[in-house]
Design a protein around this ligand. Structure first.
Ligand code: UN1
Length: 482
């Protein structure tokens, strides 16, 4: 077990700092503290719980740039995106505040005279949140803001590549707590560790929900860890292999901008990043040269420099995976249209690359895997149905989009037999979702939904209540029992 976590910034590889890892021996006490906090917090009225999140949103508004800079230094995303990530946290806080007065259950018509049925949503229990380096703050906030208004304490295991962002989030939350008044000890706790903490924490009996974001290996580990506990829930947000279909009627100016943002933005390190591009043969020649030109000129460099659009890869392993995927695609008959080389070579300890496009002759096995880097596979198609089948022909099912001005194609794409992803967009790229929608995907992406819509229900338990106000005891289904 690592005693210390040393963080190097991907910007130039220099050491940002070192933090002590949370000892394994402390986990039991952390989980017990979370459970004690739950017993107190569940009885606080939800709108009052919402007030704490309102105050947290207020603190985040005051510290937007500061926290955004932490995000950039640890994740390597450009500062505009780092600040955008804090805005995403503010947005989910606002959403959660409103929600704190809208945790509605249904009233249901009873088949029995003098009876009333209804449902109530109650707090669930402590929630374990496991987050990744690429959204070191916002993805935790999606879970955290909802969990707190729903009445659940949170134990957070952030990525060991981004512990300082996590500690800063925790510090800002404590600031909100000070403004709020007394809160139960242990409402929000952070466990600093590598991946090895996930299984023991997930297995802790106090944790009622495990919400995990990362690759499929993490998903398997979580599912296996909790398989023996039938009452435990998990919410998985795993890898994506997101595609765009560009149809003959597409607005190519829009498509170009959407491709660039979603394929090279965040240096291809979003779970929603565009990885596969299917372009109709009729528009290939009008789109691809412009896209290649944009790839040649997109500014790669220091993410703190306002002119930069593509920062570094987070790790040397990511750069190696990028190179290996390109090599494999070439071996499979692909053609490298642009990119692939190293940038900023004077920074020996950092990994900057020129985003790459590989033109592929067919849908290869390599294309079925998620490479967490700015590598875009491009293929021509002639039939929309063929493109749709290719898009769906991968193990992952997170995000997808079509560019078309043909209403039939757009509706076909969103229909039951269309895109099989959790997110299916029209004339907008696959990444950069707003918090208001439920976020997540199907198949190997894990099936979980976080953030907006009714994702809050994950953090609560439903009680169905039948109340008999009559002087009789009629049985359901008309059964007589005398
Ligand atoms: C992730 O990469 O884990 O839709 C989350 C998006 C962001 C969230 C990405 N709002 O791209």
């Amino acid at each position: 077990m690592t005693a210390h976590i040393t963080v190097r910034t991907p910007i130039d590889g220099s050491v940002l700092g070192s933090v002590p890892a949370t000892p394994l021996a402390d986990y039991a006490a952390i989980c017990e503290r979370s459970q004690r906090a739950f017993l107190a917090w569940r009885d606080i009225p939800a709108p009052r719980r919402g007030e704490l999140i309102r105050l947290f949103g207020e603190v985040l508004r005051e510290r937007r740039e500061e926290l955004g800079t932490f995000v950039t230094k640890e994740s390597g995303k450009i500062l505009r995106e780092g600040i955008g990530e804090v805005q995403e946290m503010i947005d989910i806080c606002d959403f959660a505040v409103g929600l704190s007065r809208q945790l509605y259950g249904l009233t249901i018509a009873s088949e029995r005279p003098g009876h009333r049925m209804m449902e109530q949503w109650h707090p669930l229990g402590p929630v374990l949140v496991v987050s990744a380096f690429n959204f070191p703050a916002a993805v935790w906030a999606w879970n955290f803001a909802l969990a707190i208004v729903c009445g659940d304490p949170v134990v957070w295991k952030p990525s060991d590549l981004a512990p300082f962002t996590a500690l800063e989030c925790q510090r800002l939350f404590m600031e909100a707590c000070k403004r709020f008044g007394p809160v139960p000890d242990g409402l929000s706790q952070v466990v600093l560790s590598g991946r090895e903490a996930v299984v023991p924490l997930a297995r802790a009996p106090e944790m009622r929900l495990v919400s995990a974001t990362g690759g499929s290996a993490l998903g398997y580990a979580v599912k296996q860890a909790i398989a023996g506990d039938l009452g435990k829930r998990c919410l998985l947000e795993l890898g994506g292999n997101n595609a765009m279909i560009v149809c003959p009627t597409a607005d190519l100016d829009l498509a170009l901008r959407a491709i660039l943002f979603s394929a090279v933005g965040t240096a291809g390190q979003r779970c929603t990043s565009l990885r596969r591009l299917f372009v109709h043969a009729d528009v290939w020649e009008r789109l691809m040269p412009r896209l290649i030109e944009a790839y040649c000129t997109v500014p790669v460099g220091d993410p703190l420099d306002p002119a930069t659009l593509v920062g570094p890869l987070r790790t040397a392993q990511a750069a190696a995976a990028f190179e290996a995927a390109i090599g494999r695609a070439v071996a499979d008959g692909g053609t490298l249209l642009v990119g692939g080389g190293r940038e900023m070579p004077h920074l020996a300890e950092a990994r900057y690359v020129r985003p790459a496009i590989m033109q592929m002759p067919r849908h290869t096995d390599g294309m079925r895997e998620e490479t967490f880097a700015p590598l875009l596979y491009a293929m021509r198609f002639t039939s929309f149905e063929e493109a749709l089948a290719l898009q769906n022909g991968v193990p992952q099912g997170l995000s997808s989009c079509v560019f078309t001005n043909d209403v039939r194609e757009a509706e076909r794409f969103m229909a039951a037999s269309g895109s099989d992803c959790g997110i299916a967009n029209v004339n907008i790229g696959p990444s950069g979702a707003e918090i208001g929608g439920a976020f997540g995907g199907e198949k190997d992406t894990g099936g979980g939904r976080e953030s907006g819509s009714d994702a809050w229900r994950n953090y609560m338990r439903r009680a169905t209540n039948t109340v008999n106000w009559s002087r009789d005891l009629p049985l359901a289904q008309g059964i007589t029992f005398t």
